[in-house]
Design a protein around this ligand. Sequence first.
Ligand code: ADP
Ligand code: MG
Length: 422
Amino acid sequence: MGVEVSVEGLTKSFGVQKIWQDVTLTLPTGEVSALLGPSGTGKSVFLKSLIGLLRPEEGSIVVDGTDIMECSSKELYEIRKLFGVLFQDGALFGSMNLYDNTAFPLREHTKKKEDEIRKIVMEKLELVGLTGAENKLPGEISGGMRKRAGLARALVLDPEIILVDEPDSGLDPVRTTYISQLLLNINAQIDATMLIVTHNINLARTVPDNIGMLFRKNLVMFGPREVLLTSEEPAVKQFLNGTMIGPIGMSEEKDEAQMRQEQALSDAGHNLGGVEDVEGIMPQMDPTPGMPRRQAVDRRRERVRSIMHTLPENAQHAIQQSLDEADGERQPAYAGADGRQGGDEHGGYEQGGYQQSGYQQGGYEGGGYQQGGHDGGGYQQGGYDQGGWSNDDAPTEQRGYQGWNEPEPRDRYDSPTDRPRG
Ligand SMILES: Nc1ncnc2c1ncn2[C@@H]1O[C@H](COP(=O)(O)OP(=O)(O)O)[C@@H](O)[C@H]1O
Ligand SMILES: [Mg+2]
């Protein structure tokens, strides 16, 4: 099972340039969270701060009970072993083939013998659908394959926490969906706590359990996916719809005059881009049939139920709806887990469950979160469809099932295992 990562009051600057301030959020154990935000808002900086590669000036980052802002470098070294990180560009060594790249952390951080290393490396390469490509150099493969190789390397030390920086960048929409599926499958298989940094809206809508967004040096909000996906917050709505209408501009700041001008253009019928408003919340993707079920789902249901009353009304409705749907499909074996009322064991999950900085009249000043109205009962299923769970007992070899079938120009014919095995 993954471990919780709890960030409080984190502030990071480079010289006089403040990147973000007072960021508070908790990555719940074993759940998949996503951090959105326009380019340059400091998402990668946040990710690097979480593993102690960059040092924020203020705040705390508690990983599995240890504050890495306070601990010794020896402790930090140990804590880092809990992490598997996929950097934005894959960060592979260009002169090493995929096998050696993947083996690298094992050779660096463990005393394992080569035959043991071989077993782990081949297992992880298979997991990401790269069997047969071990001898390729990073320069010889496509961006999608490099991402997957980076992911394999991130997995070899059996991480409790997986950080993924823009898994979609440079990939087409279909390959992005494949990597989304892979990330959920990995979550189902190892129950690691995951944070995905992305500005891909499809991924954000369909993969994570929790979503946050950085904008104008603040964490605009962070909480269960339903909160952000139903938000009326202008920057969030604009971002989710990818339109020019709204507070996000080409550069960080957009002034009132420009916003009025764009609104006038839009009113006059000019197409300001973006997609139609998506009605309701898209269901979350499931792990591929044959995978174990995601253990985080039950934990999240309990957790969200306990904080439901603190959430905005829209989010409560969305959550209740998915609960009701899940109820209809619920398997008898899991029915017993629902008897608890308004849990109170979630003190560790930040104040009231989700943050929203006050976006009011031209500023992201003032923190605090919004308290929704009524007391939320019931539990929540987060749009998770239980349809595939009956495969829990699938033979282990089936659990290695890969949805990958990504024909790479150079590998179409010489990578026989780049196919689903199920
Ligand atoms: N090591 C660094 N030194 C100085 N400035 C940096 C460093 N890393 C990032 N920055 C700056 O921090 C800001 C946020 O960068 P980044 O985290 O890469 O944004 P994002 O990942 O959201 O696109 C940028 O203005 C970038 O120039
Ligand atoms: Mg980045």
